[in-house]
Design a protein around this ligand. Structure first.
Ligand code: BES
Ligand code: ZN
Length: 625
């Protein structure tokens, strides 16, 4: 989230490889283009790529380690002598070829956040390499939870979060979104747990604790995922269902009742769902994201279980990634908007089809608010759609630029060409580029050929350049303005003109307001409110005790800005229980604005940190120094 510029320098050994391999000729069968420019992976240095992974693993909850052998089928140039994989904090025990003969390997000097290149010598006929290794306690993708940190408090739990470049902390891999491979796996977990992966999954525990997996479609490494815990499954349709801890399952099934409708709506928009099953896994609350689009099995935070289905656009989002992201993938993290901007666009289209235009306009309007706010704090160069993250953590690219500026760019194309033509263009884009990685430049080429030249519609001069390569938001960006939010904004004005909260309740029939109207209301309140106003709003609308995580988190921010003490105990337990970074960052950021707040934040963080995944704790460590 926050930018930290750190320059890295390649050790001399790597520099020598680069100059050596840059004079190699290219091989048609390997798409070197897609991997050459990824500055966040060492894989390109070897000019050999993995095509299939066989993973044989044992999950040890006592040692908090994974012991595994990863066997790869590889494709290489006839004269390539090495293959290079990404690793981070792995203990590599041995590397052998298909005949069980030792292959010499070398772990190069660690690079901050990139980890270490694992350089393996190949003989002329090597087609298979097998790496035996174990993970380290500090493996950044993994979060090992004690029973106490789960909903049912009986069994331990493990989950991974690989995106953007953390897959390398639990498996030696070519960790570049431009390199795809199929996989199968055999995973052993303690007998009372079930293991799940981003693959075909079991739906029941077995007696052996050994589970087998297969992913037949090629995926990039950031979509590798594993979870193990006391989980049960119930189907929603014949191709979708929910995994959750036993006590959470029924609530989750209710919340996600419309799941099959979402899938078929998505298919009617942009073509067949290609991954067979689409299941959801509801994780414990420390999961650092809202959702993660692991193929066949989206990982989701329990903070979207609002009890009224009001936060399910997140599911539409992760589902939409089954096209934008998982089928057609950003080639590098500089092209991240191709994953997220398209997905937000697709998400809102699904929500519009299911719940109406007013609903999706509220989502779009909240996007615009967030985008405008973030534009004020980001360095100008990070506000282009095409990013330059070289030498930095790709996490820095996870801002509303990729998501919301990306969305508004696509929406403005839709508005220029009309929905029918734009939808046809997108549908073709997904089918023609399925299982490919795409750079921004390649997308522009396709856009020019298949939309702009095809329909000969004049775009404003410099249109693409402004959206993609220029800072900020173009002046003529679409601006959503849902009727319901106009009413919400009027209510705020009335409040400021001394209308009381209970008068407002009657006058504006707030009993009928939806979650999104409340989010708009609370987040558009003026920054400074006095304690009488806050108290009466809270009394009438019950924000402090809201069970809706989105409403609570915007209210918590207002409370911090105005030092509204009655909310603080609730903020404390929210910060301790929830590990979702999107909620944590604004709250800790608001707290550290005053000395007193900073002191309190540090005390709370001391208690909360053991519950956070590395992705969250590393961001907050940095924030609190
Ligand atoms: N793929 C992202 C999550 C991600 C991005 C993880 C970059 C690591 C690096 C996922 O699809 C996502 O965007 N999640 C959002 C939800 C969404 C509704 C905007 C989140 O977690 O908040
Ligand atoms: Zn996403």
């Amino acid at each position: 989230m926050k930018s930290f510029y750190r320059s890295i320098s390649l050790p001399t050994t790597l520099a020598v490889f680069i100059s050596f391999f840059s004079c190699q000729t290219s091989n048609d069968s390997i798409n070197m283009d897609a991997i050459n420019n990824d500055s966040h992976s060492f894989a390109r240095l070897g000019q050999s790529i993995i095509t299939h992974l066989n993973w044989d693993a044992r999950i040890d909850f006592n040692k908090k380690k994974i012991f595994a052998t990863a066997t790869y089928q590889i494709k290489k140039l006839p004269n390539a002598k090495i293959i290079v994989l990404d690793t981070k904090n792995l203990n590599i025990r041995s590397v052998v070829n298909g005949n069980n003969e030792t292959l010499p390997f070398e772990l190069l000097e660690p690079q901050h956040f990139l980890g270490q290149a694992l350089k393996i010598q190949l003989s002329s006929n090597t087609k298979l390499i097998s790496i035996t290794y174990e993970t380290n306690k500090s493996a950044e993708a993994l979060q090992w939870l004690s029973p106490q940190q789960t909903a049912d408090k009986t069994f331990p739990f493990l989950f991974t979060q690989s995106q953007a470049i953390l897959a390398r902390s639990w498996i030696p891999i070519q960790d570049s979104p431009g390199i795809r491979f199929t996989y199968d796996a055999k995973v052993e977990v303690p007998k009372n747990l079930i293991a799940l992966m981003s693959a075909n999954n079991p739906t029941k525990k077995n007696d052996s604790g050994i589970y087998n997996f297969k992913m037949e479609q090629p995926i990039p490494a950031y979509l590798l995922a594993l979870s193990a815990g006391d989980l049960v499954y119930k189907p929603i349709s014949d191709r979708s269902g929910v995994y959750a801890e036993p006590s959470v399952l029924d609530d989750a099934l209710y919340e996600f009742e419309d799941l099959e409708k979402m899938i078929s709506t998505a298919e009617s928009l942009y073509g067949e769902y290609k991954w067979g099953k689409y299941d959801l896994l509801v994780l414990p609350p420390s999961f650092p994201f809202g959702g993660m689009e692991n193929p066949k099995l989206t990982f989701a935070t329990p903070t979207i279980l609002a009890g009224d289905k009001s936060l399910t656009s997140l599911v539409a989002h992760e589902l939409a990634h089954s096209w934008s992201g998982n089928l057609v993938t950003n080639a590098t993290w500089d092209d991240f908007w191709l994953n997220e901007g398209f997905t937000v666009y697709f998400e809102y289209r699904i929500m519009e089809a299911l719940y109406g235009r007013e609903y999706s306009e509220m989502l779009a309007s909240l996007s615009m608010n967030g985008l405008k706010e973030e534009l004020e704090s980001l360095p100008a160069e990070d506000t282009r759609l095409k990013l330059n993250l070289k030498g930095r953590n790709p996490d820095d690219g996870m801002t509303s630029i990729a998501y919301d500026k990306g969305y508004f760019f696509l929406r403005s194309l839709e508005e220029k060409f009309g929905r029918e033509k734009f939808d046809l263009f997108l549908k073709t884009y997904f089918s023609q580029n399925a299982y490919q990685s795409i750079t921004t430049e390649k997308f522009i080429e396709i856009l020019n050929k298949q939309l702009i030249e095809e329909y000969q519609i004049d775009l404003p001069k410099d249109f693409l350049n402004e959206w993609i390569y220029t800072h900020g938001l173009p002046n003529d960006s679409p601006t959503p303005s849902p009727e319901k939010f106009k009413t919400v904004d009027k209510a705020i004005l009335q409040l400021l003109k001394n209308m009381t909260a209970s008068q407002m309740k009657d006058e504006f029939k707030t009993d009928q307001w939806s979650t999104h109207e409340w989010i708009q209301f609370v987040s558009e309140l003026p920054n400074q409110l006095d304690s009488v106003q806050l108290r009466s709003l809270d009394e009438v609308f019950g924000f402090t005790k809201s069970q809706n995580s989105e409403i609570f988190s915007v209210w918590a921010k207002v409370s911090i800005q105005n030092n509204y003490q009655p909310c603080y105990p609730y903020i404390e337990s929210f910060l301790i229980k929830t590990g979702r970074r999107k909620f944590l960052m604004p709250l800790y950021t608001a707290l550290i604005q005053t000395e007193e707040g900073k002191k309190w934040a540090k005390e709370v963080y001391k208690k909360a940190r053991p519950n956070y995944h590395y992705v969250a704790s590393s961001s907050i460590d940095e924030l609190l120094e």
